[in-house]
Design a binder for this molecule. Structure first.
Ligand SMILES: *Cc1c(COP(=O)(O)O)cnc(C)c1O
Length: 478
């Protein structure tokens, strides 16, 4: 692409992006599209010859936009919001422009050193100890897999790296522990590490959906007596369904006494700790062996960027380092080569977008926004509590509200589930807001997750109005 053509379409695309980011009121968060509709409009075979940039960009409006779910939309309240801010978007463009591979210090000193510095900044903001060393991966799922691999490697007497697991009769069966509300990526990590489903033990929660430490202690005692070797306990700060916060200080004490690796999954909830009055969410996490937080969730960095902190980088390195001859450099003794600490060799320049976001907003600017999200969630929780036909289904410690419709004349749980499923469907069919759901003790629950960088009070009000209106409509149909 000649520089002049790049410049022309580059300017055009930046204008398109700026227009788009300032016109969310004119876009619906969900598309009106059925499965297969986009595929049917795209050619079955690749283009034989090049096409003009003009046509490619035109197809963004014509084909892609009608099939978009807009994660950056202020009325996106589903799952946990992952929203990309302006500085993050610009940094992604720059990252693609420079396109280094951050595998070695030598392969890009800027990417390696900026990763070290931004992760140390973030560590300070979250109030984590200086002994925490960080690395960037693509997702929390991958971060957790690496943490569990380190936990396994730490069992020195088993010599995992040398002998593996298969066919070793003398090997004790390994087990990992977490609450019933742990994210599925924890189970996936256990599967891929050869522990199997039997190697995962779920621990009961209290009435606020937090792991019960005495139940954990009981499980560890029982398993040791039965010949299991406990390998890792995962505590969650901000569970995926309801943002419950496991009692990390008590769990850390057990892990220390039992000499078991403690991993903390704070993928969403960890960001809250940068707000001074919310710092308590990471209480006890200074004792963790590893901790994951996702700046691509509640820190306005575009997908993808997950961070794994660990007090034991040397164990992680022992689990993953394999240096092929062609990757050796003269600086190996004095530098960090991030390829030594994980599966991927090729690594994107992700630090750039974290750097842009942290500098553009500043610690205070980020705290103001997160604090506002929490305030909006508390306000919505209050509206739900005050409404005779709705009820809150879980505490709201952060910025997620879990609730359901419960009109006085409907008492049957199955009927309530059907009503709430229809309500969610009706709300999302307006395409004006996007909410998601979970099931708690068999009950269908709506989730309204507030966390988008563009979300304001009026957007939350609108979501609540749509929910009330759709319930009234459903009840009138009966
Ligand atoms: C979102 C989430 C994950 C998975 O994160 P990915 O980056 O999508 O893999 C894991 N744990 C918790 C608690 C989460 O909220």
């Amino acid at each position: 692409m000649p520089p002049e053509e790049f410049r022309r379409y580059g300017h055009q695309l930046i204008d398109w992006i700026a227009d788009f980011l300032s016109s969310y009121d004119a876009h619906r968060v969900l598309p009106a599209i059925n499965p297969g509709e986009l595929r049917a409009q795209l050619p079955q075979a690749p283009p034989q010859t090049g096409e003009p940039m003009h046509d490619i960009l035109a197809d963004i409006d014509r084909l892609i936009m009608p099939a978009m779910t807009h994660w950056n939309h202020p009325e996106f309240f589903a799952y946990f919001v992952s929203s990309g801010s302006g500085p993050g978007i610009l940094a992604e463009m720059l990252s693609a422009t420079l396109n280094p591979n951050a595998m070695l210090w030598k392969s890009c000193p800027a990417a390696t050193e900026l990763e070290q510095v931004t992760l140390d900044w973030l560590r300070q903001m979250l109030g984590l100890p200086e002994t925490f060393w960080g690395i960037m991966y693509d997702s929390a799922s991958i971060s957790i897999m690496h943490a569990l691999a380190a936990a396994r490697e730490q069992l020195n007497d088993l010599a995992m790296r040398e002998h593996g697991m298969a066919g070793r009769k003398e090997l004790p069966r390994l087990r990992v522990y977490a609450s019933e509300h742990v994210h599925s990526s924890f189970d996936k990590a256990a599967l891929i590490l050869g522990l199997g489903q039997a190697g995962v033990r779920k621990i009961a929660v209290d009435e606020q959906f937090r792991l019960r430490p005495e139940a954990l202690q009981h499980a560890l005692n029982e398993d040791r007596a039965a010949g299991w070797r406990p390998m890792c306990v995962t505590a969650t700060v901000g569970t995926t369904s309801i943002t419950s916060i496991d009692p990390v200080p008590a769990i850390a004490e057990i892990c220390k006494r039992e000499n078991v690796w403690l991993h903390v999954d704070a993928a969403y909830g960890g960001s809250a700790a940068l707000v001074p009055e919310l710092r308590w969410v990471l209480e006890g996490c200074e004792h963790a062996d590893s901790l994951v937080v996702n700046p691509h969730k509640w820190l306005f960095v575009p997908l993808d960027l997950s961070v794994l902190y660990t007090r034991k980088p040397e164990v992680l390195r022992r689990a993953f380092s394999l240096v092929a001859e062609y990757l050796r450099t003269a600086q190996d003794r004095e530098v960090e080569n991030f390829m030594d600490y994980g599966i991927p060799l090729g690594r994107r320049f992700r630090a750039l977008k974290l750097w842009f976001v942290l500098r553009y907003f500043g610690w205070e600017g980020l705290a103001v926004r997160l604090r506002e999200h929490v305030r909006l969630a508390q306000q919505l929780a209050g509206w739900v509590d005050a409404h005779p036909e709705f009820e809150r289904m879980a505490p709201t410690p952060l910025s997620l509200v879990c609730f359901r419709a419960h009109p006085a004349h409907v008492q049957n749980e199955e009927e309530l589930n059907r009503l709430n499923e229809s309500l969610l469907e009706a709300v999302n069919n307006t395409r004006e807001v996007f909410l998601s759901h979970t099931k708690l003790n068999g009950r269908f629950v709506l989730r309204c997750a507030i966390g988008g960088v563009r979300t304001e009070e009026r957007h939350v009000r609108k979501a609540w109005e749509i929910v009330q209106k759709q319930l009234a409509r459903l009840l009138a149909l009966k």
